[in-house]
Ligand binder design. Structure first.
Ligand SMILES: NC(=O)c1ccc[n+]([C@@H]2O[C@H](COP(=O)([O-])OP(=O)(O)OC[C@H]3O[C@@H](n4cnc5c(N)ncnc54)[C@H](OP(=O)(O)O)[C@@H]3O)[C@@H](O)[C@H]2O)c1
Length: 245
């Protein structure tokens, strides 16, 4: 009997997460799509989709580990994953304009959402990475995590958390290359995408540079299907172009 090929999306109720779920559901290669979210239920129009398995998770380390164990019990054979968790602004969180805006609590919350939660997903999902098929895991990062690209300054917590995420992923890729040679990690910059996260900052973005979540999800799926498995972390933008660290 051949194992099913499964896809997974975390932060499945977010703008990009939701689009990734919908795009994966249309992929004939994937037999099941696991969608993980802090929301209890899938969007109404997807609730009867037989391919979709909706899992609620509070993103604590305990619940992330439990979710991965549950996937293992369901014989998950992960060939495609999109880790879409992230925060730029939230109740009480605003991107810092200057050093004097830096707050310990903001740094902690932004690092947790953007670096700690995603790396815990990679750590725990290792147990369900496909052992036979190519397994592409994209983690939503951002170009502002690039040290060499930082010319404007500001956004201390967000920039630093994405930079930390990239280092955590680079270190993971080195380790995965020893025992999981069929796994490719992609640190992905979606471009400015029309979601709750970017909404307060869209006024300075021209319409042709503001992407729909569907466009970004299609680009990311193409990248995940085509990217070579070479034991390296790729840091790529929506067009598949490499970003300097
Ligand atoms: N939109 C852009 O322009 C843009 C640009 C560059 C990079 N990105 C990155 O793309 C990813 C997805 O962003 P998006 O645009 O889809 O934003 P979004 O619509 O705000 O979705 C983000 C999702 O992340 C989850 N989340 C929220 N707070 C969290 C926390 N404290 N801990 C863990 N998870 C949390 C939630 O998922 P659930 O509701 O399902 O639990 C939320 O819906 C993020 O990593 C973001 O940094 C986005």
């Amino acid at each position: 009997m051949t194992a099913l090929k499964d896809g997974l999306v975390t932060a499945a109720s977010g703008g990009i997460g939701d689009a990734m779920v919908r795009t994966m559901l249309t992929d004939p290669i994937l037999e099941r799509v696991f969608a993980v979210s802090s929301s209890k239920e899938a969007p109404k129009d997807l609730r009867n989709n037989g391919k979709l398995n909706w899992i609620q998770c509070d993103y604590s380390s305990v619940d992330i580990a439990k979710t991965a164990s549950r996937l293992l019990l369901m014989n998950c054979n992960l060939v495609m994953g999109a880790i879409c968790n992230g925060v730029l602004h939230d109740n009480g969180i605003k991107p810092e304009k200057r050093m004097d805006d830096i707050q310990e609590e903001t740094l902690n919350r932004v690092f947790t959402a953007n670096a700690i939660v995603p790396i815990l997903w990679v750590k725990e999902l290792k147990k369900v990475f496909s052992k036979r098929d190519i397994c592409s895991i994209a983690i939503l990062s951002a170009r502002v995590g690039s040290i060499s690209d930082n010319r404007l300054g500001g956004w201390y917590s967000y920039r630093a958390s994405k930079c930390a995420l990239n280092m955590l992923l680079k270190t993971s890729a080195i380790e995965l290359n020893r025992k999981h040679k069929n796994v490719k990690l992609i640190s992905f910059h979606p471009g400015t995408t029309d979601t709750k996260l970017s909404r307060p900052f869209q006024s300075s973005v021209s319409r042709d540079k503001l992407f729909t979540p569907d466009f970004v999800a299609t680009k990311l799926m193409d990248l995940m299907r085509k990217t070579d498995v070479d034991g390296e972390l790729a840091y790529l933008d929506w067009a598949g172009a490499p970003i300097d660290w």
